[in-house]
Design a protein around this ligand. Structure first.
Ligand SMILES: Cc1ncc(COP(=O)(O)O)c(C=O)c1O
Length: 359
């Protein structure tokens, strides 16, 4: 799946279509690289947001130490496309099917590191690495309040680190958390640093994550690297959380008004199969860039319902509008390709190489 160069106008695109503002992507990559470096951290962007090797290469060219992938399927797609430098997989790898896939990737990547938060995962990784005669760097995932997986206390982390150091073919490389902004993170990591030091267990890497956490990197002076993903495109959630401005949002869904059934309602041809129904902490289903007073009030699979009651100007049937999605990362997983746009022209069409790679 090769990117195609294109020189047609964005106005000629059929809809719905996902477009990426290339100037904004370049600016987001440069700004966040400066921010992370300026705090003395290394940048390891999470590619689950774009799932596109060419964008990962832009991030690496700007100074990222490597990439973060959530799933092995993403690693396979990126390695196939030539991104083979330094990859961290931030998801517990469970079972022989997956550890065999992991070990098939190890010789193809300069440094492939993994995470674990329990003994079953650690032992499975160690056994697979031993079978293949390879060493695996491993970070232990901690839960500092997000309530997903992760070790619950610094003492649990220290116990598992000691086990990791003893198990064959594993190298304990440090601790990882997502997101830094979870309330207990600072105290958790301060305690971890002193407990590990007292126990004589080195902690070469302390890896934090999240785009909203970029505003608070100074609060975590113990961290050594940062993994942000959403920053590359940004979305309604990032603006809402204060992590981005509207003019940092690079992804939009171009969609055509196909009906105006009432004076205050427009129907567009993008529904939940493009925009998704993700909301987390925001209301409604996206922001119409050209009509900020319009409300994306509801979605069915192929229909988007816009409430225009607060709009002075209203779009007509046949008009095309651009919706900034609530959550750009899941939109990437909905489409085969995205259109990179500069100055109104489509400069590149990128296949979303890791689309659907969820195993
Ligand atoms: C483990 C991990 N690290 C980093 C990130 C990147 O966070 P964000 O998308 O807020 O930039 C995520 C996002 O889901 C994640 O799960």
């Amino acid at each position: 799946m090769k990117p195609q160069k294109s020189r047609s106008s964005v106005a000629d695109l059929d809809t719905p279509a996902v477009t990426i503002d290339l100037d904004r992507v370049d600016e987001n990559i440069a700004r966040v690289q400066r921010r992370i470096e300026g705090c003395g951290l290394v940048n390891r962007p999470h590619v689950k947001t774009h799932k596109i090797p060419a964008i990962a290469q832009k991030q690496i060219d700007a100074g990222a130490v490597g990439i973060t992938c959530q799933k092995l399927g993403e690693v396979e797609a990126f390695v196939e496309a030539g991104v083979t430098g330094d990859i961290l997989v931030t998801f517990n790898i469970v079972g022989d099917l997956k550890t065999e896939r992991l070990m098939a990737l190890v010789p193809r990547v300069k440094r492939l590191a993994v995470v674990a938060d329990n003994e079953v995962v650690l032992r499975g990784l160690s056994e697979a690495a031993r079978r293949h005669g390879r060493d695996l760097p491993v970070l232990l995932e901690c839960d500092s309040g997000f309530g997903r997986n992760g070790l619950q206390t610094p003492d649990e982390a220290l116990d598992l680190a000691k086990l990791a150091a003893q198990l064959p073919n594993l190298r304990f490389d440090g601790l990882l958390v997502f997101p830094n902004t979870a309330p207990r993170t600072k105290g958790f990591f301060e305690a971890a640093v002193s407990k590990f030091e007292a126990a004589g267990v080195p902690l070469p890497i302390l890896s934090g994550g999240g785009t909203p956490a970029l505003n608070a990197l100074e609060d975590y002076p113990m961290m050594t690297e940062h993994r942000a993903g959403t920053y590359v495109y940004n979305d309604v959630m990032m603006v809402h959380s204060g992590a981005a401005r509207w003019d940092n949002c690079a992804m939009t869904v171009r969609t055509t008004v196909v009906s105006r059934p009432t004076a205050d309602r427009a129907i567009v041809d993008a529904g939940s199969k493009v925009l998704t129904r993700e909301q987390y902490y925001v209301e409604n289903f996206g922001r119409v860039a050209e009509y900020p007073d319009a409300v994306v009030a509801n979605l069915s699979e192929e229909h988007g319902m816009l409430d225009l009651s607060a709009c002075r100007d209203k779009p007509k049937v046949g008009d095309v509008v651009s919706i900034i999605p609530n959550h750009c990362c899941v939109v990437s997983n909905m489409v085969d390709e995205v259109h990179g746009v500069r100055d109104g022209m489509i400069e590149v069409v990128w296949p979303v190489a890791a689309r659907g790679k969820v195993t």
